[in-house]
Design a protein around this ligand. Structure first.
Ligand code: HEM
Length: 473
């Protein structure tokens, strides 16, 4: 925590330099394709809305909390997901809830939401804990051999959480390991940052999927199909574990009475793998970096983790004691929102801040800019997990903090991800001291998720042996 009386300039965490001056539309496309953050002008950190007009389309980036509220909460059905997004992600996601609209989407959410409701967190909590224990063991082996690239580690960890909570298998399981490896290949062939999905190109612009993209998508879907079939057989035999997959596969839509067909379930599992692992991994990696950069906060969190965990058992109620961990995770997602921008399409004519918005225009909601807005947040670029206790922090938490989006299409995994981030951060910091490596501070870049341009390298020193505690199951 910085001494605010010493008059020193605050030590600000990395932020990409904004674009300088105006550029042609083609230069903008090029910059945007490289990194959507540095392609934007600095004025977006102060603007309430920015309109972009080209011969092919118009797009409106909305920072005004009232507009964000209108688009996400008041009239979400008038601002559906765009066809561009759908086409880009279709090979892997089929008709998943992430890209569907209208009644198909509503039916899918009616089945999915009950699996993620608050009360069910208690059921998946032991699996999260097991993932944390396994991660600490993996890191113990790596810690002595120099700096560790933590993004790769948190990626592994977050995928392990998904497999354990969804299908009750660890990432070492044969099918899980194959799916994880193929996901990496798929992201190399066509990063989740399938940039053409958000790149404001005209609708007629063709979008191709490389052969590698189609092939890896097919393999992943086949592997998910195997997990789904196994689970269907276990449900039939009455031997299925009480995890997310069983809950989702046995929940009928309360309005139609229908359960998911096999292919529909594969579509949903694919998005849980994709949306649930990239995002949590990015948030955890940035949180660890921030703790390494601000060691006072790290020590505070380590102390909290030491006292919060019971000496013999881990209780679900421990989560509520991890207040510093939660605040750090929350602040990390303010500064580095895993999903920096998302796009909607105006379905009907609108008026935004006295400007006419034509149907078909792109509406961009940018957590990246909203979370650092200079007219909303006090000291927007400073790392201060304590800010959420201040009047300004509380106000902004309500109006200008949307790492999980908001309204009807809010991330169904938000409570799950907050529990996961809070718990794992505490477990990792309880086990290791994280330190920066000279000359290797990360620079954020974003396609669809905010990652570090060249990874996040940190030095890890074991703090104390992680006792082999049993979680109360
Ligand atoms: C820190 C972790 C996470 C963050 C920051 C995050 C963020 C988001 C955001 C911003 C959206 C809205 C995107 C848009 O409207 O275009 C979203 C949607 C979604 N997320 Fe998450 N997410 C996280 C973790 C998870 C997890 C763990 C799961 C499930 C296991 C999940 C599943 C989904 C799904 C299915 C959607 C689509 C919802 C819909 O369109 O109705 N997410 N997430």
């Amino acid at each position: 925590m910085r001494d605010k009386t010493d008059g020193a300039l605050p030590d600000l965490p990395p932020k990409p330099a904004a674009r300088r001056g105006e550029v042609s539309i083609w230069t903008y496309f090029k910059l945007f394709k490289k990194d959507i953050l540095s392609a934007q002008p600095a004025r977006l950190y102060r603007a309430w809305m920015a309109e972009m007009r080209t011969p092919f389309f118009r797009s409106y980036l909305c920072n005004d909390p009232k507009l964000v509220d209108l688009v996400l909460k008041q009239r979400p059905m008038d601002f559906p997901k765009s066809e561009r997004m759908r086409v880009g992600l279709k090979p892997l996601l089929g008709e998943s809830v992430f890209i569907s609209n209208g009644e198909t989407w509503a039916h899918q959410r009616r089945i999915i939401d009950p699996a993620f409701e608050g009360g069910r967190l208690r059921i998946v909590f032991p699996a999260m804990w097991d993932s944390g224990v396994a991660a600490v063991e993996r890191l113990q082996k790596l810690a002595s051999s120099g700096p560790v690239e933590v993004e790769a580690q948190t990626s592994h960890l977050a995928m392990d959480v998904i497999f354990r909570t969804l299908f009750s298998v660890p990432i070492e399981n044969e099918i899980a390991a194959a799916a994880f490896a193929t996901f990496r290949e798929h992201q190399n062939a066509q990063p989740i940052a399938n940039i053409t999905a958000v790149l404001p190109l005209p609708k007629w612009f063709p979008r191709f999927h490389s052969r590698a993209t189609r092939k890896t998508a097919r393999i992943i879907r086949d592997l998910i199909g195997q997990l789904t079939d196994q689970r269907a057989a276990e449900i039939k035999a009455g031997t299925a574990p009480d995890d997310l997959a069983t809950k989702i596969m046995t929940t009928p839509d309360p309005e139609t009475g229908k359960v998911f067909e096999r292919d529909e379930m594969i579509d949903q599992v694919a998005i849980f793998f994709l949306a649930g692992h990239e995002t949590s991994a990015a948030a955890l990696a940035w949180a660890l970096y921030l703790l390494a950069r601000y060691p006072d906060w790290q020590e505070k969190l380590a102390e909290e983790a030491q006292t919060a965990f019971h000496p013999d058992k881990i209780y679900f109620s421990t989560l509520s004691k991890l207040k510093t961990s939660r605040a750090v995770f929350r602040e990390a997602m303010r500064l580095y929102p895993p999903v920096p921008m998302f796009v909607r399409e105006a379905a009907c004519p609108e008026t935004f801040r006295e400007r006419e918005v034509r149907p078909g225009s792109q509406v961009i909601i940018s957590p990246w800019h909203l979370h650092r807005h200079e007219l909303l947040w006090e000291r927007p670029d400073e790392f201060d997990p304590g800010r959420f206790k201040t009047p300004n922090g509380k106000e902004c938490l309500r109006n200008a903090y949307i790492p999980f989006s908001a309204g009807a299409r809010v991330c169904p995994g938000s409570a799950f991800a907050m529990a996961e981030g809070t718990l794992l951060l505490a477990m990792l910091v309880r086990a290791f001291r994280f330190e920066r490596v000279d000359g290797r501070d990360p620079m954020p870049v974003a396609h669809l998720t905010v990652r570090a341009a060249d990874g996040i390298y940190l030095r890890l020193t074991p703090r104390a042996q992680m006792p082999k505690k049993e979680v109360e199951r």
